[in-house]
Design a protein around this ligand. Structure first.
Ligand code: HEM
Length: 454
């Protein structure tokens, strides 16, 4: 348990290198540097980098658990770029009790048992994407996976169809592209200084998106059968906090955008990594195909866990002390940044024997658990979309293995590439595929479906 203390500060050791150099290394080779520092200093160490200052990196699972469950008066999530860009109604902008209330409202719409209802949307999106995948030629999966996950979120979460869906499909990627550059600018440069300024261009797209989303919200409010609707938007419109107050419309708009930004690139990137890993494990490709044909799912689920363990798309979770605290043997002063490492506990042989190996069979006796397996974080900021992402990855892989044969490769593993939101395979998760069912069979399938429906 973490407590406030007045004891003298005692920080873990760290590299005696100038701040600027440490900053450059953390910017350009963070994962390798962090692994080397773990070997040199142990599970906790302190880096000193520009902007963040002294930052304590934590990877002991017990300490990670303590931080996840710490009192909000002692440790908080620091101001988030995502919140600053999206707006004051985003979960990432909220703090303290206001955040907790919002988090509690967001959790039920994403509860595991509701997720089955979205499976058909995901399958439809994968089936729509597959005809564009060339046979026998290597191509990148990351971009097609991003289209699948964007469409899936817009349909399942926003309840968007028809014109609203096509407008958002055009506008949201533009906003995300502009926003991810915009977020790096100093606050003054983010202001709206006319239609050609970065702030002005971002605002113009945002205004159009807000227009579409406000119409979707108005549709939900006017729907007499709103209680029958299954999309997350309909649930958010009906949600009430402890004081029976609804979420303001402007906050619902910000939350919907938060979910697109937090949920589509992360899930797509994890899928691209899963394909990248599997192509280097031909025996798993064969077993997964056989499992799909038999209607099973255990190995596929274990593959997803192992992909998230060995290639987590987010490698650390930022936190900040509000008071001087005692954390294990350390005393950390107030206003100090901390990184809860996801990468280090996942790759520690003490937590996962033969940790370097990609071995989904390691979960034969049960699912991996926090605090050693934490791709979705933990505590009051734990990912609200975890069950959605897991279902989406499962249905996407199930459909791909049913329809396609993946050709193994002996090419070296793809290196990591930091895209800002997620750590991606540098070459985009390249694959070569062949269709499992010859065109004639597919024609017969389509004909029999038409016969049945006519
Ligand atoms: C593989 C896919 C995903 C990964 C790896 C992932 C990872 C994470 C992590 C590590 C956090 C914790 C951040 C922190 O503690 O500071 C988080 C929070 C969050 N995620 Fe995800 N996420 C994924 C998919 C999704 C999806 C699909 C959605 C929504 C549709 C989503 C929505 C959110 C939201 C709203 C939060 C903030 C929760 C809060 O602070 O109350 N994520 N995610």
């Amino acid at each position: 348990m973490i407590e406030a203390t007045s004891a003298p500060v005692r920080l873990p050791a760290g590299p005696p290198i100038p701040k600027l150099v440490q900053g450059l290394v953390m910017l350009t080779a963070r994962q390798k540097a962090v692994a080397a520092l773990r070997r040199r200093y142990g599970t906790e160490f302190t880096v000193n980098v520009p902007v963040l200052g002294r930052t304590v990196v934590i990877s002991d699972p017990t300490l990670i658990k303590d931080v996840f469950s710490a009192d909000r008066e002692l440790i908080v999530r620091p101001g988030h770029n995502l919140g600053a860009t999206i707006g004051p109604g985003s979960t990432f902008s909220l703090e303290g009790d206001v955040h907790l209330q919002r988090h509690r409202l967001l959790v039920p719409p994403f509860a595991g048992k509701r997720m089955r209802g979205y499976e058909s949307i995901i399958e439809e999106e994968v089936m729509r994407a597959i005809p564009e995948w060339p046979e026998g030629q290597e191509f990148e999966t990351l971009e097609p996976m991003m289209r699948i996950t964007l469409n899936a979120i817009l349909r399942a979460v926003f309840g968007a169809e028809g014109t609203a869906l096509s407008q958002l499909l055009e506008l949201v990627p533009r906003a995300v592209a502009l926003g991810s550059r915009f977020v790096l600018l100093p606050a003054a440069a983010r202001r709206d200084l006319g239609p050609w300024s970065p702030g002005g261009r971002f605002k113009a797209v945002r205004d159009q998106i807000d227009g579409v989303l406000n119409e979707l919200i108005a549709d939900v409010r006017a729907d007499p059968d709103v209680e029958q609707r299954s999309d997350v938007l309909a649930l958010l419109v009906q949600a009430r906090d402890d004081n029976d107050a609804p979420i303001p419309d402007s906050h619902i708009v910000d939350e919907l955008l938060t979910m697109v930004v937090a949920g589509h690139e992360t899930t797509a990137t994890q899928l691209a990594w899963t394909v990248e890993r599997l192509r280097r494990h031909p025996e798993l490709l064969e077993r997964l195909t056989a499992e799909v044909d038999e209607g099973g799912s255990d190995l596929r689920q274990a593959v997803i866990w192992e992909s998230q363990r060995t290639r987590p798309v987010i490698d650390n979770i930022p936190r900040r002390t509000k008071k001087r605290i005692r954390l294990g043997e350390w005393v950390i002063p107030e206003d100090t940044n901390m990184f809860l490492s996801i990468q280090l506990p996942h790759s520690d042989p003490a937590n996962f024997p033969d940790a370097e190996a990609f071995d989904p069979d390691r979960y034969a006796n049960g699912a991996p658990k926090p605090p050693t397996w934490i791709p979705f974080g933990g505590g009051i900021n734990r990912c609200v979309g975890a069950a959605f992402a897991t279902m989406e990855m499962d249905v996407t892989l199930r459909t791909l293995f049913r329809e396609l044969r993946f050709v193994p490769t002996e090419a070296p593993a793809e290196p990591l590439y930091d895209r800002g939101v997620a750590l991606a395979p540098k070459h985009g998760g390249r694959v070569v595929v062949f269709r499992r069912h010859p065109a004639a069979d597919r024609g017969a399938d389509v004909r029999s479906a038409v016969d049945v429906n006519s």
